[in-house]
Each structure stands twice: as structure tokens, then as C-alpha cells.
Design a protein around this ligand. Structure first.
Ligand code: 0RA
Length: 639
């Protein structure tokens, strides 16, 4: 092939990738932190398709010093032969053609031998540079791109690594090495924890696969391999909890081309933790499969409870929330043509899937319960208790309501409300401590900003049921101030503020209170987080002062940078909000024109919940390990 010999088709190809660069969000969802990490997912997805087709068992993900990332697999390797129609190597076509299913929301999936290379071209288009290396036929093939444009054409090399195997055949595989384009992404630095969570998840979802993660920036290295698949995943999630039965239940069934797999285990906790996946995508916004799973579970347990007299004839059936109390579950589906909806395209929309999952669960779980009466009776005994507690909670709520305690007509005395009445213009600052609360009250814009000081540690939510949580003064105050109710009765339309801003100190106690508040809101006022109403304030950590110049810095990194410009300036470190006077708190943290606030996503909330469970759960050892492991990451740990 001659370099630069473009056919009409290859010009079309180039135009395709230009379209991706023009509107990247259409293809990768967003160009922020999330979109950046989605690139790695897109490449991995191709390697995992190879694994699911039975050709690949090892994947290595590497982050390099220069911020680039590579994904290497031992699959068959992208084909390298000449494509007769395009007069270009197949590899070049795969890397630069926008596949029909290449759009973010229309990912096509087939269990084996399917549409390969979906997403590769999209990553190529948004990379400053990309190098694809393929090992096939005992040879090494390399192809370079700059912003999706091929540089030089495919080169065939002597293999740079030893490809000869013991049996005389050659190793095969693919490595995609790329650097995200800073012209496209607001943020180009990959986060270890985000990728680690993704890789661990993918290893659990694809049992037998080994995924190695190597971060050359920090020297951290990790390897994930789970023979038990999602059963191991459930054991991992329950690591800090006390299970009611020794082994997770495993169920699987395929019907109408949809493969349903579930692993579940009950613990003595009061909360449910159900994680659902479709084609390896974490569907954090739920969808029809989750609805089907819940319906199947409720129906199975009620039928069993009636049949064996756990429920008398005149008793009400167990509610969904009763049969989910203490449940940890992973539900993993393979769906041929998934429709992803929702704010972050992580909600499954296919209506046919609901019934498929419901009957799979009903059929398989009924059999399991019949065969394991001991597990069945402990699970159902707990659900019956939960149902009684729910009834008690309802009565407690009724009583509270009758007394008018949760009505917003009865606004808490601690709340300094704003004068504006349109919720869309109103902000509620939830502030840690009375002294910071005082500064915030004086510094605020009274028209649109309300201040609610919280004091002390409000409550250990993990160990409390709703009826007990409702008795806590701090929690009541918060619910009353927001005005939208709680739990099943929560109504987002009644929220009195469209921004609820958590403002806590930049120390370990502040982080603790924030985790607790987020966990509480996530569990009992979920729509508030789903609607994007919850934010975290970012007060400055340092002030640098030299002569008449003063600057406020919000991270250690910024401090380091600024110190280069202003050596020997005087550094003041802010330990608590209380150290700032009202004017300063306003200008650095509260003024909508100049402040930084971070919107809380569902993922943030899920992470807070995990952290919370680890920090608050009964098990001591995981907590100790967790604190040890994360102590270094907490920027301002006061010890
Ligand atoms: C097209 C066809 C075949 C494999 C692949 C693409 C392929 C793509 C990627 C992307 C990352 N790793 C990959 N591994 C394979 C089938 C090749 C054959 O039939 O030999």
C-alpha cells in the first residue's frame, strides 16, 4: 500500500472521526473525569469480548509517567491483512471506522464472534496520539495515529518480545497505548482508585480472567483474578458484615437471548446493597432488570412464606423493602441490544427484560429455597421482623406527623432561612459546628442562602433502623429544613432548596460527618442526589501572604505550585471553617460568583456508603486495614 493513498471510503472514515472530535460527548458521554475513564473501559471492553469468545485470559492495564495508558491482551490480535475494498490493513480500518454500534448509548453486544472493535475508533479520535501493536503469525505489527489520523501506515517488525511458546506456536495479542487529548478533556490525569474499582469489578464479572493493573507513576501494582465470579464479589462486599448463611446463593438462566446471573447473600445489617450490571456496565441508575429482580424476589419469598406458614392467612404480604433488608446482591446480565437511558446512561430501558429477570429469579430461587430450608427460614424470619419494624416505624412517623414535627411550617430554630421563596434560587448550607455556623450566618447572602448548623456526630446510621433515625434531633432538623419528607414519602417537588451544600472542615472529622450525611441522604432521600441537588463546598486549605498580595489555595498541589512563584511567603493553614471570619468565608467558599462547589453524583454517594459501612460496621479488622491503607490519601489527616 502507498502511504497517503486515500480512497473515497477512507476520506469518509476521516470525516467520521472528525465528527467524534466535534461532539465527543455524544460518543463517550462527557469530557470530564467520567468520560476520561470511560476511554479505558472502551478498550477493555474489546479485550473482554475476546475473553468471552474464549481467546483471551490475561489483560494488563498500565498507566505511564507521561499520563498515557495502555491495555494489552493475549487475544487473537486485531486482523492485519489487507482489506480488499479499502486497500488498507484491516487493523487500520478497525481503528478508524465509526462502527454502527459505536455510539455511547447503542453498544452492540454478542456473546462470541461479534462486532469487534466498537469504541476503538472513538478512543483513537479523542487521543493526542495512539499506538496499536498486534502480535499475530509470529510477527509484530505497529500502527500510529495522531488525533485519529494515521501516521505512516502499518509497519511489520521483528517481534520485540519473545513470541515463541513451549509448544512451538506463537503468542498472539493486542496492545492499545494512547494519550487522551487535552484539547478535548478538561481533565487528563487518570485516577488510580477509579480504574482499580473498574478493573476489580470487571474481574469479578468475568471469572477466570486475570487483570493486572500497573501504575508506573506511583509504582503501585495489583492483580485481579476470581474463579468464583460474582459469588466472590458478594463475599467481598460482605467482608465487613455478618452473613446469615455461609455461602452466597448463585442463580443463572438464559431466555430469549438474555443471560441472567445473580449472586445473593443476606446479612444481619438493615440495609440493602444491590448492584446491577448489563454487559459489564455498572447500571448505577437501575432500570428494568432491577425492577424485575425485586419483583421476582418479593414474589418468591412471599409464596414460600405462605406455603410454610411464616405468614398467617390473615397477615399482609411482606413488602419489597422487608425482603431486601440486609441483602447484598450482584445481578449481571448479557443483553443483545441494550438501551441505556438516564442522566449518565446507566439505566437499562429494555421493557422485555423486566419479565425475563423476574421469572428467572422466581424459578431458580424457589428451587433453592425448597432445597435449603435452613437458609430459607433465617432469611424469611428476618423479613418478617423487618415487616414488624416497618409497621412500628410507620406508627412513629404518624405520631410525629400528627405533632407536626416534620412540617416545614415548624422550621427548626437553628435554621437561619433565606427570604427568597423560589426553591430554584435557594441554597441551604449545612455547616459543621456552631462557630462556623455563626460566621456563615453573618457572611451569607440573606436573600438566597439559608444556614443550618449541625452539631457533633449526628448519628450512626448503619446500625439504626428508620424509626430510630427519625428520633434523632440532628436528622429531624435536616429533614424539616429541606421540607420534602423522607423514605417512601419523600417528594422532591416539596424541596425548599435546589442546592443543599455540605460545608464541613477540611480534616478527618469533617470528612466523617460528610460521609455520614451523604450516606443518610443517599439511603433516605435518594431523589435529592439523583436530581443533582446535593453539593460539597470547597473551602480553601491555605492562605499565602506576601506584602499586599494574598492568595487562597484549595489543595496541596496548588500550594506547591504557588510557592514556586512566591517563595518564602507566609503560609497559613486553615484547619476549620471556624478560623475564617464571615467576610472571608463568603469570598472564598460561599459567594456563587467565585466559589467552587462539587456536585455529588450517585457514584459519589455509593462510594460514601461503602466507606461508611467499612468505618462503622461491626468488623474491626477490615476497618483497621482500611484506615491504614487510606490514611496516606487523606490530605489533611490530623493525628
Ligand atoms: C476484529 C476481529 C477479530 C479480533 C479483533 C477484531 C480484536 C480486537 C481487539 C481490540 C482489543 N483487543 C482485540 N482483540 C481482537 C478476530 C480475529 C481472528 O479471527 O483471528
Amino acid at each position: 500500500m502507498e502511504n497517503g493513498d486515500y480512497t473515497a471510503e477512507s476520506i469518509q472514515v476521516l470525516e467520521g472521526l472528525q465528527a467524534v472530535r466535534k461532539r465527543p460527548s455524544m460518543y463517550i458521554g462527557s469530557t470530564d473525569h467520567r468520560g476520561l475513564h470511560h476511554l479505558v473501559y472502551e478498550i477493555l471492553d474489546n479485550a473482554i469480548d475476546e475473553a468471552m469468545a474464549g481467546f483471551c485470559s490475561n489483560i494488563t492495564v498500565t498507566i505511564y509517567q507521561d499520563g498515557s495508558v495502555s491495555v494489552q491482551d493475549d487475544g487473537r490480535g486485531i486482523p492485519t491483512d489487507m482489506h480488499p475494498k479499502y486497500n488498507r490493513p484491516a487493523m487500520e480500518i478497525v481503528m478508524s471506522t465509526l462502527h454502527a454500534g459505536g455510539k455511547f448509548d447503542k453498544k452492540s453486544y454478542q456473546v462470541s464472534g461479534g462486532l469487534h472493535g466498537v469504541g476503538l475508533s472513538v478512543v483513537n479520535a479523542v487521543s493526542e496520539w495512539l499506538t496499536a501493536t498486534v502480535w499475530r503469525n509470529g510477527r509484530e505489527y505497529v500502527l500510529n495515529f495522531d488525533r485519529g489520523v494515521v501516521r505512516g501506515g502499518m509497519v511489520e517488525h521483528e517481534p520485540s518480545i519473545n513470541l515463541r511458546k513451549a509448544d512451538g506456536t506463537f503468542s498472539t495479542g493486542t496492545r492499545i497505548h494512547f494519550k487522551p487529548d487535552a484539547q478535548i478533556f478538561q481533565e487528563t490525569s487518570f485516577d488510580y482508585t477509579t480504574l482499580e474499582t473498574l478493573l476489580r469489578e470487571l474481574a469479578y464479572l468475568n471469572n477466570g480472567l486475570t487483570i493486572v493493573f500497573d501504575d508506573q507513576r506511583s509504582g503501585k501494582r495489583n492483580s485481579f483474578h476470581y474463579d468464583g465470579g460474582i459469588v466472590d464479589f458478594v463475599r467481598f462486599l460482605n467482608g465487613v458484615k455478618t452473613p446469615l448463611h455461609p455461602d452466597p446463593v448463585y442463580l443463572s438462566k438464559t431466555s430469549d437471548g438474555v443471560q441472567v446471573e445473580a449472586a445473593m447473600q443476606y446479612t444481619d445489617s438493615y440495609n440493602e446493597s444491590i448492584h446491577t450490571f448489563v454487559n459489564n456496565i455498572n447500571t448505577v441508575e437501575g432500570g428494568t432488570h432491577l425492577v424485575g429482580f425485586r419483583a421476582g424476589l418479593t414474589r418468591t419469598i412471599n409464596d414460600y412464606a405462605r406455603k410454610y406458614n411464616f405468614l398467617k392467612e390473615n397477615e399482609e404480604p411482606l413488602a419489597g423493602e422487608d425482603v431486601r433488608e440486609g441483602l447484598t446482591a450482584i445481578v449481571s446480565l448479557r443483553v443483545p441490544e441494550p438501551q441505556f437511558e438516564g442522566q449518565t446512561k446507566t439505566k437499562l430501558g429494555n421493557s422485555e427484560v423486566r419479565g425475563i429477570v423476574e421469572s428467572a429469579i422466581y424459578e431458580q430461587l424457589s428451587i433453592y429455597l425448597e432445597e435449603n430450608p435452613k437458609t430459607a427460614s433465617s432469611v424469611i424470619g428476618k423479613a418478617v421482623l423487618a415487616s414488624q419494624a416497618r409497621e412500628a416505624a410507620r406508627k412513629a412517623r404518624e405520631l410525629t406527623r400528627r405533632k407536626g414535627l416534620l412540617e416545614s411550617g415548624n422550621l427548626p430554630g437553628k435554621l437561619a432561612d433565606c427570604s427568597e421563596k423560589d426553591p430554584a434560587k435557594c441554597e441551604l448550607f449545612v455547616v459543621e459546628g456552631d462557630s462556623a455556623g455563626g460566621s456563615a450566618k453573618q457572611g451569607r447572602n440573606r436573600a438566597t442562602q439559608a444556614i443550618l448548623p449541625l452539631w457533633g456526630k449526628i448519628l450512626n446510621v448503619e446500625k439504626s433502623r428508620l424509626d430510630k433515625i427519625l428520633k434523632n434531633q440532628g436528622v429531624r432538623t435536616l429533614i424539616t429544613a429541606i421540607g420534602a419528607g423522607i423514605g417512601e414519602e419523600f417528594d422532591i417537588n416539596n424541596a425548599r432548596y435546589h442546592k443543599i451544600i455540605l460545608m464541613t472542615d477540611a480534616d478527618i472529622d469533617g470528612a466523617h460527618i460528610r460521609t455520614l450525611l451523604l450516606t443518610f441522604l443517599y439511603r433516605h432521600a435518594t431523589p435529592l442526589i439523583e436530581s443533582g441537588f446535593v453539593y460539597i463546598a470547597q473551602p480553601p486549605l491555605y492562605r499565602l501572604k506576601k506584602g499586599n498580595t494574598e492568595v487562597y489555595l484549595y489543595s496541596d498541589r496548588e500550594l506547591e505550585e504557588k510557592l514556586k512563584e512566591m517563595p518564602s511567603a507566609v503560609i497559613q493553614r486553615y484547619k476549620g471553617l471556624g478560623e475564617m471570619n464571615p467576610g472571608l468565608l463568603w469570598s472564598t467558599t460561599m459567594n456563587p460568583e467565585t466559589r467552587i462547589i462539587k456536585q455529588v453524583t450517585i457514584e459519589d454517594a455509593v462510594e460514601a456508603e461503602m466507606l461508611f459501612t467499612t468505618l462503622m460496621g461491626d468488623a474491626v479488622e477490615p476497618r483497621r486495614l482500611f484506615i491504614q491503607e487510606h490514611a496516606a490519601e487523606v490530605e489533611n489527616l490530623d493525628v
